[in-house]
Design a protein. Structure first.
Length: 254
């Protein structure tokens, strides 16, 4: 959305703080032996305590408050009592919500407990690439140039990017223009980031796959060639200089 008055900025800061703190506290609450349903219920209770409503549930009827993806799941994992967390799991929690007509979105991948499967290099690459991408965004920068930066950095680390998942505008709804802030360069896309707009920037860094495909449950996405995918996401306010990271309280870069 385009921020045109102080009340809109206040609204975006409020919901962004809520989703950021919820993500941080869910990450800290997650433990070995817990079901993803228990973790999601914890996150849902947090959102409710702030008066916020789960965005995927409200917008799409998603069967959970948050998306929790484990190991080979790339995104949109459904919380389940049957899915029990284990040492070394590669996890992703994506939290988005609405409050007073404002929407914000953030997410992050991490390793649960000891990194016995060596997922941390992929997690670290995703975090660092997102940080570099956001630091290069300001009003007037081509969206495709940021996509090129993300893919180039991924290749430097020996990884690929998922090409059919993307960042997006956010603010008055969960997904707004620009709809496709992709992780690679689309040469014909001349669209530029606009000052005073809010967008969700996210990385999708993969070991083997380049596309996400949907499982029979109608929600869960996995890589088309297997392997693992990490995602990190922040909602930001674009300026003439360094963006304002509205969801910084999630501490995904801590």
């Amino acid at each position: 959305m385009s921020i045109t008055k102080e009340s809109e900025l206040i609204g975006m800061k409020a919901i962004s703080e809520i989703v950021a703190i919820t993500l941080k506290q869910m990450r800290e609450f997650a433990e070995i032996g817990m079901s993803t349903k228990e973790l999601d219920d914890f996150g849902g209770a947090l959102l409710e305590s702030y008066g916020a409503k789960s965005a995927p549930n409200k917008t799409y009827g998603f069967p959970g408050h948050t998306c929790i993806s484990v190991n080979k799941e790339a995104a949109h994992g459904i919380p389940s009592e049957k899915k029990i967390l284990k040492e070394g799991d590669l996890m992703n929690i994506d939290v988005s919500a609405e409050l007073n007509g404002f929407w914000s979105d953030n997410g992050g991948s991490f390793v649960l407990g000891n990194d016995i499967h060596n997922h941390q290099p992929l997690v670290s690459a995703s975090k660092n690439i997102l940080k570099k991408a956001i630091s290069n965004i300001k009003g007037g920068v081509k969206i495709s140039d940021i996509g090129y930066l993300i893919e180039t950095e991924a290749k430097k680390h020996g990884y690929k990017v998922i090409k059919n998942l993307a960042g997006h505008g956010v603010g008055r709804s969960l997904h707004e223009e620009p709809e496709d802030i992709l992780n690679y360069r689309v040469k014909w896309n001349k669209e530029r980031f606009k000052k005073n707009t809010t967008v969700a920037i996210e990385t999708f860094i993969a070991t083997k796959s380049t596309l996400a495909i949907e499982l029979k449950d109608g929600w869960t996405l996995v890589g088309n060639k297997g392997g693992y995918v990490t995602q990190h996401e922040q909602t930001i306010l674009i300026t003439d200089n360094t963006p304002v990271i509205l969801t910084k309280s999630n501490e995904i870069w801590a």
